[in-house]
Ligand binder design. Sequence first.
Ligand code: RIB
Ligand code: CA
Length: 310
Amino acid sequence: MGRRRVLLDVDTGVDDGLALMLAIRSPELEVLGITTVSGNVPVARSTANTLLVLEMLGASTIPVVAGAAAPLAREPFTAAEVHGSDGLGGVTQQYPAPSSRAGQGAAEFLLETIRRFPGELTLIATGPLTNVATAIQRDAEAMHRLRGVTVMGGAIRVPGNVGPTTEFNFAVDPEAAAIVLGAGLLLTLVPLDVTEQVILSRQDVDEAGDGGPLQGFIRGMTAATMAFHRDHEGFDGMFLHDPLAVGVIVDPSLVRGQAMAVAIECRGELTAGMAVADLRRRSRTAPTATVCVEVEAARFLHLFTQRVLR
Ligand code: RIB
Ligand code: CA
């Protein structure tokens, strides 16, 4: 079986960084390119962080292209309290700035790459969907030549993480999420319902690996996020939101998917960015996504640990 060709759109952030490590260390995948977006941190930071992670992995030949600095129609907000002001738990100050450079124009890069490999590419999006929505607005027909789109975002039957009903990626850019969910793409949604079942503990990180340079980087990168969860969620660890979006492509048997009609609320005072799923038994609304509703958390954590922490 050939390797699965993927593109990643990220707002690197700590869990995005771990997702990049899993993608690059998974022999089933061939990462053709990475685009960056403003989200956890401003796009200049998420781009620099992505370049640094690739350098730590010896994967600097993978093209990185910077994208949107702000959502389609709103002021940006970040998650520096979770990811640190630099987006990687403050660890970037211990490393020289990456020598590789990023391109500009994420949406165009996505479209050009999809046109080169029609029907072959899977796009994995782990940040606000501004770049993906922009690409759809520019050339929806090209975007339909994607083999699939896997999105980390939303909260269906569980509370949100930035509001009672809203998850960060969709809350930052509701308009973009609405465009992507409404585009008729072959969409797999990886919501908080499953990602919050996968917790990487500080013990997992401390006990793993030979203590080599990458383990030190991961330990430094995750410490602040784990401290945040210790103080606010009561456990000394972190959710592997974005790595699970990669895991779903590496081994689809890790999750159970359910076809759902999901749309995004864009006008609510309290609910802008909410993923509204029509769960009525007699719903006739056409499905818009395959939503991951169950995950074999322990089996995914084992896969992640073996490939990233060893
Ligand atoms: O809600 C979690 C998501 O928001 C993750 O992708 C995290 O990196 C942030 O982007
Ligand atoms: Ca992210």
